[in-house]
Design a binder for this molecule. Structure first.
Ligand code: C2E
Ligand code: CA
Ligand code: CA
Length: 287
């Protein structure tokens, strides 16, 4: 049995155990922070990169785009999940600059796609609320995109429902500005947080991305599977495109196709790939 640290029944051994575990965690967090700072200063360039996960149009069976996913792989610390380092970057105020790096690299990838005559493909990136709330956000992305000379209408920003909870009006205004640039906006992990459909209607978004939780439910053939179908028709009624993420099995694809889902993404199509592999994959699939 374990007790809280301030509980007199907690033994000295337990306190030492907790302290050393907390210390270990804090040393690791500081090391990751240092690494991120180095990356932002242009050092340790190779350990930070983007993977690209293909998205498939269910009707045409063609790849129509990718999601860019940030990666951190360090010789000493090993592979660090984005859930860990993005969370830490948010906590330690590094997410703004890191997000700009992700944006720039994505623009470079888009340019490469254009150069290879894949003109209709789009690439999405995950944008955190902290980035969007910075005053200079729109100006900074405009400047970065102009430098690389990309067509902004091929970019998509994925934002999670959770960032809307406390800043709905402010974020919605920002979304309006972003959309004016031609960038599409999607609601990521849809169905897990923000539940008011009335508010969703007034939100400046183009795409709904159904969370994997509901896609998993399709295999259970329980009520969750019915919800995926409902989300698809609701999204369409609001004039949005609907994307399903975390599709792992043919059975899920069949269900989604039957219910008119527009785009699917998941291990069934492909895992996230390094840039060169993503381009090779595209070459094979979209011949
Ligand atoms: P997300 O945006 O929901 O991304 C989807 C996650 O599901 C990715 O994990 C992806 O690798 C994984 N995934 C895709 N298909 C499947 C599948 O069929 N089965 C399973 N089990 N998983 C699948 P990843 O790459 O570890 O990213 C985790 C989260 O980290 C992302 O969730 C996103 O919230 C965040 N993230 C990643 N890159 C960035 C970034 O550049 N900026 C920000 N702000 N967040 C990022
Ligand atoms: Ca996402
Ligand atoms: Ca997601």
């Amino acid at each position: 049995m374990t007790f809280a640290l301030n509980d007199p029944r907690t033994s000295n051994r337990e306190i030492i155990f907790y302290n050393s575990k907390m210390e270990e965690e804090s040393i690791r967090a500081n090391k990751i922070e240092e690494l991120l700072e180095d990356i932002l200063e242009g050092m340790d360039r190779d350990c930070f990169y983007l993977d690209y996960q293909p998205k498939l149009d269910v009707r045409t069976n063609k790849i129509v785009g990718f999601e860019a996913l940030a990666r951190l792989n360090h010789k000493e610390l090993g592979y660090i999940s984005p859930v860990e380092f993005i969370g830490l970057a948010e906590e330690r105020m590094l997410i703004y600059d890191l997000g700009l790096k992700v944006f720039e690299r994505t623009c470079v990838f888009l340019k490469e796609l254009e150069d290879r005559a894949y003109e209709d493909l789009s690439v999405s990136i995950n944008v955190s609320g902290i980035q969007m709330l910075r005053d200079e956000f729109v100006e900074d992305i405009k400047r970065a995109a102009a430098c690389i000379d990309v067509d902004l209408s091929k970019l998509e920003f994925e934002i999670t429902e959770s960032i809307l909870i406390s800043n709905f009006e402010l974020i919605n205004e920002k979304l309006k500005e972003i959309k004016k640039l031609g960038i599409k906006v999607s609601i990521d992990d849809f169905g897990t947080g923000f539940s008011s459909f009335a508010r969703l209607k007034s939100l400046n978004v183009d795409i709904l991305k159904i969370d994997k939780y509901f896609i998993d439910g399709i295999l259970e053939e329980d009520e969750e599977s019915l919800i995926s179908g409902d989300i698809i028709s609701m999204g369409h009624r609001m004039g949005m495109k609907v994307v399903a993420e975390g599709v792992e099995e043919e059975r899920q694809k069949d269900y989604l196709k039957k219910h008119g889902c527009d785009i699917i993404q998941g291990y069934l199509i492909s895992k996230p790939l390094r840039k060169e592999k993503a381009l090779e994959f595209l070459e094979k699939r979209n011949k």
